[in-house]
Design a protein. Structure first.
Length: 196
């Protein structure tokens, strides 16, 4: 039995179509990989640009705030100098004069180096005296935490001191919710104590 040309060419044509589809699939995969790589590179580039823009903006804002702080420190130092010159000689006058000098020196450092200069100074100090730096950081953290914790209680005790007699005995170191809770308890208790 002899094969007819129509049936004999079909397996080779299927093989060709299969190879052609395989080649096209590889081409599509390579193109997709190229596009994905290009998109990834573009995203990385844009992310780096955003990071640089944010750093530049933070540096600019930090430097402008440092300049304003330096101006304020110069004013305060001038006022301290005036106080020291008008005062009687003694330890307080000397301390006031030294504080004015230190304020001027710090203001000058802020004007020259900005926030980066202060950061470099702190880094240098931390490397030279790590224990003292950590102790100072702990004390500063404690002080800031106390100030932030007491800020709401200060406003709560001011509103409580409106002549009603509630909240006037509150200590300033109580948690921020204590004045509110104490006032609520006192308001509930006051009508009971007013009964005969």
């Amino acid at each position: 039995m002899a094969e007819s040309p129509a049936t004999g060419g079909a397996p080779s044509q299927v093989q060709e179509t299969k190879e052609d589809a395989k080649g096209q699939a590889q081409q599509v995969a390579a193109t997709a990989a190229e596009h994905a790589s290009a998109v990834t590179q573009e995203a990385k580039g844009k992310a780096i640009d955003v990071v640089h823009d944010v750093r530049r903006e933070l540096r600019t804002q930090g430097d402008s705030q440092a300049q304003r702080l330096a101006a304020t420190l110069h004013d305060v130092s001038g006022q301290l100098d005036s106080m020291a010159q008008g005062g009687q000689p003694g330890a307080v006058t000397d301390a006031t004069r030294q504080l004015a000098q230190q304020g001027r020196a710090f203001a000058g450092r802020l004007e020259q180096g900005g926030v980066q200069g202060i950061g470099q100074d702190l880094t240098s100090f931390a490397r030279r005296r790590p224990v003292l730096f950590l102790a100072a950081a702990g004390v500063a953290g404690f002080a800031v935490t106390r100030m932030l914790r007491n800020a709401p209680s200060l406003t709560g005790s001011q509103s409580a001191g409106d002549g009603t007699g509630t909240g006037s005995g509150m200590s300033q170191s109580a948690p921020s919710t204590a004045p509110v809770v104490t006032e609520a308890v006192l308001v509930d208790v006051e009508p009971v104590s007013a009964l005969p």
